[in-house]
Design a protein around this ligand. Structure first.
Ligand SMILES: NCCCC[C@H](NC(=O)[C@@H](N)CCCCN)C(=O)O
Length: 554
């Protein structure tokens, strides 16, 4: 048997095996994105059943990035990935996520209430010297003990989930480089967006199951999913091991990673352009996502909706979720259709479903259902755009177009939407169109950014490169939610004073903020990302980085 015959027989060469590997990795990420936001839709229940006010809730949620950013865990994760390889790190990250999530779950159970652990946490861990002075401590005096313990769990989970993120990216590069790499990454991200939509819908369902409120049930649901994620990583372990046996290319042994390799990454101009573009772009998206529903509530007038029964409240949302599943399936399938007519048929179907989706949201008339359209487009078009990058290239141009759309959307939210405050139909239409365009931008940038990294650095240091990009990005994801809150308070001084003096109720204040200044700040991030995208395109042309080239060369 010749060497060529041998190469043709590896697992990687079988499309079925390759896509099975992707399914394992992407499903693990789907589960982890569900856990990441598991408490977000039940903030009100955390307040009523566990006494977490907004500060306690926000501090606990923010703890996710703490170890990654301030204790540099992400950098260590990258080094572990490059030294130990994908399969070891995949299992490690799965186990770390599971440990963190289990601690998080125990903190919100009834068993924690009244335990010795609760007494200890009530009296201790009120601040961390140094971090407290800088205002970045994940604990504070008076924080409910359950929130403090949950924050410890969430910090550990945060290490695991970001480690899993870089590992999955490197795993996809290993199995798909030179093939459908961007389509694979796009499909993985589409499934992750579906994970966010899943937890938004199902977390409240589990918390209220059988008419008895128990928030720990939602978290337990997330923990079970993370156990499944770990099993997925274990199956991946054996497939990856088999591949290395077939190719004889144990990447971490043949050419071992050295710490000095980090210098190679840090001295690459292309790498820095992508890392900075990533932090600027994602800081204008993920932190905005936390405030978007409230921004819509402040700019649009919604009818009161009945909340007396589960079905009255959730039917539309569940139908929207089903449509999202169909759109995801149609989008993914369209990439493998050979006949153009079939492709157009599927796209038409997706268009019709999209219209129904928007109409249902409009009928339901709530800020949450209007914003629900945001992940839909990302779910639908990220794989299609990934496929485009694989076959036609143009990643740098897509980064620029995505950033341009981001600026347009934030400026529309800031200056056009408020003009339609008294026009119920016009306002909702503008909101939908803008969110759809923002969703398209959120597909264009991720679908082109992540598959570009392997073109900038050597395969052996790709884990550390992704880790460094994630680390820079995490600084923005930690900073900007805080900044948006601060800018909101500083530019709504009258509202803050009226609330303090009891002139208006907290409920009235919550939907009366003027979001212009924070939105302009986010638009500025988009402008900076656009400039970097332009510079990247010029550098790419000069140095021949290959960012505009397709991944699959015929
Ligand atoms: N294979 C691509 C991986 C990157 C996907 C990217 N995720 C991130 O950048 C995470 N570091 C941030 C997770 C958000 C935390 N709340 C994405 O587009 O989701």
């Amino acid at each position: 048997m010749t060497t060529t015959d041998k190469i043709h027989q590896t697992l990687r060469d079988s499309a079925g095996m390759r896509w099975l590997v992707l399914l394992l990795l992407a499903f693990a990420m789907f589960c982890s994105y569900i856990f990441m936001d598991i408490l977000s839709p039940i903030k009100d229940l955390m307040q009523s059943t566990r006494g977490w006010d907004s500060t306690a809730f926000g501090t606990m949620q923010g703890s996710e990035t703490f170890l990654n950013v301030f204790v540099f865990f992400l950098i260590f994760a990258g080094i572990i990935l490059d030294k130990m390889g994908v399969r070891f790190t995949a299992i490690l990250s799965g186990a770390v996520m599971l440990v963190g999530a289990t601690i998080n779950w125990y903190a919100v159970t009834d068993a924690f209430q009244g335990s010795g652990l609760q007494t200890w946490f009530t009296n201790n861990l009120n601040y961390i010297p140094g971090f407290d002075e800088l205002g970045i401590s994940p604990f504070y005096r008076g924080m409910p003990a359950s929130a403090k313990f949950a924050a410890i769990g969430f910090m550990i989970f945060g290490c695991g989930v970001e480690m899993a993120g870089i590992t999955v990216s490197r795993g996809i590069v290993k199995w798909f480089k030179g093939r459908e790499m961007a389509l694979a990454m796009g499909s993985e991200m589409a499934l992750a967006r579906l994970g966010v939509a899943t937890c938004m819908i199902f977390s409240p369902v589990f918390a209220k199951l059988g008419g008895v409120i128990d928030v720990s049930r939602s978290v337990a649901f997330g923990v079970v999913l993370l156990l499944i994620a770990l099993i997925m990583f274990i199956v991946y372990f054996f497939m990856d091991k088999k591949l290395d046996e077939q190719t004889g290319e144990a990447e971490e042994k043949d050419d071992p990673f050295k710490i000095s390799d980090l210098g190679t990454i840090l001295s690459s101009g292309g790498f820095w352009l992508v890392a900075l573009l990533c932090v600027l772009y994602y800081s204008a998206i993920f932190p905005f996502q936390k405030y978007a529903v409230n921004m819509l509530q402040c700019n649009l007038v919604f009818k009161e909706v009945p909340t007396d029964s589960f079905w009255a409240t959730n039917t539309v949302t569940i139908l929207q979720y089903c449509i999202m599943l169909v759109v995801a399936g149609a989008s993914f399938a369209s990439n493998f259709m050979k006949k153009a007519s079939m492709k157009y048929g599927l796209l038409t179907l997706a268009g019709v479903l999209l219209t129904v989706f928007c109409y249902m949201g409009y009928m339901r008339q709530s800020a949450e259902t209007v914003f629900a359209v945001f992940p839909l487009l990302a779910v639908g078009i990220t794989p299609i755009l990934g496929n485009y990058v694989d076959h036609k290239g143009k990643a740098a141009s897509m980064l620029m177009i995505g950033s341009m759309l981001l600026v347009l959307c934030h400026l529309t939210f800031a200056f056009v939407l408020p003009e339609f405050r008294d026009n119920a139909v016009g306002g909702v239409v503008i909101a939908y169109l803008t969110i759809l365009v923002l969703g398209a931008s959120f597909s264009l940038v991720p679908a082109s950014l992540w598959p570009s990294v392997p073109k900038l650095v050597d395969a052996k240091i790709i884990g550390s490169a992704y880790a460094l990009i994630f680390w820079v990005q995490n600084i923005g994801l930690w900073l900007f939610p805080l900044l948006i809150g601060k800018v909101l308070d500083k530019t709504n001084t009258q509202l803050v004073a009226d609330l303090k003096n009891g002139v208006i109720t907290p409920e009235e204040a919550a939907v009366s903020y003027d979001y212009t200044a924070p939105l302009v700040m986010l638009a500025c991030l988009g402008v900076a990302a656009l400039v970097l995208g332009f510079i990247l395109k010029v550098v790419d042309k000069k140095k021949g980085l290959g960012l505009e080239e397709p991944n699959i060369k015929a």
